[in-house]
Design a protein around this ligand. Sequence first.
Ligand code: BGC
Length: 731
Amino acid sequence: MIRTLKVAASLAVLAFATAGHAQADRPWMNAKLSPDERAALLDKAMTLDERIGLVHGPMSMPIFGIKKPEGAIGSAGYIPGIPRLGVPAVNESDASLGVTNPLGVRPGDGATALPSGLSLAATFNTKLAYDGGAVVGREARAKGFNVQLAGGVNLARDPRNGRNFEYLGEDPWLAGNLAGASIKGIQDQGIVSTIKHFSLNGQETSRHFANSVIDEAAHRESDLLAFQIAIEKGQPGSVMCAYNLVNGDYSCGNDHLLNGVLKRDWGYKGWVMSDWGAVHATDYILKGLDQQSGEQLDAKIWFGEPLKASVEKGEVPAARLSDASRRILRSMFATGLFDKPVTPGGTIDYDAGAEVARAAAAEGIVLLKNREGLLPLARTVRTIAVIGGHADAGVLSGGGSSQVVPPGGAKRVVPLGGEGMMGPFRSEYFNGSSPLAAIRKLAPDAKVAFDDGRYVSAAVAAAKAADVVVVFGNQWMGEGEDAADLSLPNGQDALIAAVAAANPNTVVVLQTGGPVAMPWLDQAGAVVEAWYSGAKGGEAIADVLFGTVDASGRLPMTFPASIDQYPRAQLPGRGVPEKTRFDVVYSEGADVGYRRFAMSGQKPLFPFGYGLSYTRFAYSNLKVAGGDTLTVSFDVANTGRRAGKDAPQVYLTGAPGKPLQRLIGFERVELAPGEMRHVSVTADPRLLGAFDVKANRWSLTGGDYQVGVGASSADLALKGSAKVKARTLKP
Ligand code: BGC
């Protein structure tokens, strides 16, 4: 479907007037100058009020009695432009999983719903991450948005975190690479992308009062490393700081994180914008924050009149305000917002977007269990019972600011109710395509019956009457809250157990925001984790069930046997009186997820990197070369009878003096039966070292480094080692 959006007349007129100015009055419009030079020239031409205008802005959605600001397109946020100087207005939309339309502020305007971040991470495929970003960038441009609030890269430190579905799993190398690729995909369309939420926004429970406590070296080697890698690869125009505190200071007023790590150590040249309602004082500008976003949610518009007064009194140096404004302008120049301004009214090929979503969803579905080849289902199966999960309507999506509504609207919305700031966002949206319809399409001669799963007895009767059962297990997760435990809510575990007991040919399809406990696992015939699968999720699920495509997703986070295997079995902040600060002590340090399981020897339900295929892969011919870093090469062959996709993984399993486990490389390969591919990965040396806080450098002790290559973090078929030189690297 090609759809033309309405042109917002006022913005088009502004763009026309801007283009009319001779370059002589506006030397910053000389595209031969560097973004830094252009930003400096423009900042110099600005008045104090104009600079102040650039460093704060309102929400642009109708909520809590707030009206959409005049001139804004309507979504998450807005910074008015400066027509006198040709500075375009900034229109920001959320875009973790597609361009959003919060609370329907743009009536009837949908967008391509991409699969969840965990689904993308399960593909281990950076190209798909880039392609998804490009879909977001194209749709944003056509709708008139020039800044996208995307790039969520917080590591999944707790399987209950309500926003794990927006992020990219538990490993810094995997998450950093995928986030970098998706940011690049967005920005290659001439649209600024953020990366967020900097840093350690590791849980949603009381997120405004949670103080994330972590050892500095561990932070650098884990969450900060994910940000660092993604920033290097994606060059995002902006970094969004988080709601929580980190080691005692709010993230958005955290001098060490913003001025020290981000701007000094990493040399970041873009701007730091706040999360919506995360600014608590004017002096955050001195701590490194450049822009106050969603300002109505804060107690004061700190970066408005109070900041102006502070600059006038000399409490905030005028040079610091100029630096903030130059950083914003620099990213706008670097991404092309001045040279190729964004205006609404473009055409959007939603079919093309949906195909990208389908490819990512299909590659991200993880086959966790498959008893005696129950999957793929034979096309000749005579009767199928499809049970539960609203599979007759669409596929589940996650809630909160990342919620995408597709063109034509959601297929079904189930309001969950609830109070507080996130109350209006608490609904289960079933989007995209119906798995039931897609199953019927792939098995046209079968009798496919649907039971909604509300009554266990009816579901059991349907299961008994069918050759094969496909039962759905849904876990809605949403911003602002964490899962209470790892069960499937609303009695679905009991439903699945009863259905699986009634029919051994039961295939469980999970649509979850993260790991769940699966107490019925032994009884189930097969289990697939489909996550939140986006615009064409129904087709992607059916394609995997019937083997139209290989089952090729690999878990981007550990599925524990029980929450007791994690360091914080009791979710911090639960039971703490409202508006009271509390500590979330990340005692696991950099050993997030599988790394901690490797150290403790505990056995998870399913390990990081795990996923079955419909074919078989074999690894051989390992070569490990040392020197400045490790270069690991090996062959991967498809030894089965059908085409398939693998994601062989390379782990560091020991560095001089200590055993450890770290993903240092991966590759996505597609192989015909009998085909073999040679894979070579060169490790980023930071992954081999430790962060030396005193020296403020990465340090590699040098000596023998051990590696393992295999199908998951717990299945290393090949082992080798090589000598790496002692060295240190910039922070
Ligand atoms: C979220 C951000 C989002 C912002 C704007 C906040 O609640 O934490 O991820 O970009 O809202 O919608």
